[in-house]
Write a protein that binds this ligand. Structure first.
Ligand SMILES: C[S@@+](CC[C@H](N)C(=O)[O-])C[C@H]1O[C@@H](n2cnc3c(N)ncnc32)[C@H](O)[C@@H]1O
Length: 294
């Protein structure tokens, strides 16, 4: 018997614990829902109006809500998209990180954003054009995102890829490949084949940056999953939805550090691991990997 079922003494009449809520309860519930929806609208207007009026801080076109929501979820507002330190400064931070590790960023020739979505990272190169002269490429499974990027970001070359490799780039073409929150939405077999493909496209000694949900996301797992995770296993929910453009986000992967270093990044040296911070929502583990020269 489930523990929340009513316990009935023999001969007693069971107490009605469920059923239709009474009028007052329904009224209170709808007031709460309305208040919540009202607050969401106010927040949306407050966060979006400056951008609707003044445009984006980089003067580039703003992606439509639907495309932003496919990346960021239905609450994606423009302030989050443009202001949050984690989003809007992450390419300058990546460039700083590479520089700290001795990479001459002005000598990079080709950079690829794998899973570029509506280009929130690609557009950051626009402000760095005096520092980074590399050709910037972007690729994604979503045709609509790619067509929007093509129309609005003429300085990058974007194309569509299938849910499985290959990419259209030459072997060793790129000096740097980054992907923000893409392996977080792939099945285990896709992760392995995409890792091999990204390694093919990267030149020996080139860098791969990837973000994954690590320890800072443990609160999203149940007890059994936490145990498996702690034993070094990759956890993937809804693996069957990986690679489907409208549903990819329902597939969620959680990567223990040992899995990344011992199973996924076998062609790479781990140059740096920046762990996610549990108290910051959306904060992921970030790995900077260097392709081994063989
Ligand atoms: C969470 S979004 C992140 C988008 C972008 N990197 C960003 O941070 O704004 C994940 C992106 O990966 C794309 N994606 C999912 N599976 C992919 C695959 N197999 N190959 C390329 N892109 C993929 C999705 O379409 C989506 O645009």
């Amino acid at each position: 018997m489930k523990s929340n079922e009513p316990k009935v003494a023999s001969g007693a009449v069971p107490i009605q614990v469920s059923g239709r809520p009474n009028g007052t309860a329904l009224y209170a519930k709808s007031i709460n829902t309305l208040a919540e929806e009202g607050l969401n609208w106010l927040r949306l207007i407050y966060h979006n109006t400056p951008y609707w009026v003044l445009g984006a801080p980089d003067y580039l076109p703003i992606p439509p809500t639907r495309l932003r929501a496919l990346i960021w979820g239905p609450t994606a507002d423009l302030r989050t998209f443009f202001k949050s330190e984690d989003n809007w400064r992450r390419i300058p931070k990546l460039i700083e990180l590479l520089t700290d590790h001795g990479v001459k960023v002005d000598q990079l020739q080709a950079i690829l954003d794998f899973g570029c979505g509506c280009g929130r990272d690609i557009r950051q190169f626009f402000r760095l054009k005096n520092l980074v002269r590399a050709k910037v490429y972007g690729t994604d499974i979503n045709a609509e995102q790619i067509s929007w990027c093509r129309r609005s970001r003429t300085f990058a070359e974007v194309s569509m890829n299938g849910p499985e490799p290959p990419l259209s780039y030459n072997t060793g073409q790129c000096d740097l490949i980054y992907n923000y929150s893409v392996f977080t939405h792939l099945s285990e077999s896709q992760q392995k084949s995409w890792m091999q493909e990204l390694s093919r496209v990267l030149r020996p000694g080139g860098y791969l940056m990837l973000t994954v949900c690590g320890d800072s996301y443990l609160h999203e797992l149940n007890e059994t999953q936490v145990e498996q995770y702690r034993a070094g296993y990759l956890i993937v929910r809804n693996a069957d939805l990986a690679g489907i453009p409208a549903d990819y986000g329902k597939c969620a992967a959680y990567h223990p550090q040992a899995y990344v270093t011992d199973k996924l990044a076998t062609d790479f040296e781990v140059v740096r691991l920046l762990p996610g911070v549990a108290t910051i929502p959306g904060s992921m583990d970030q790995y900077l990997l260097k392709k081994l020269s063989n």
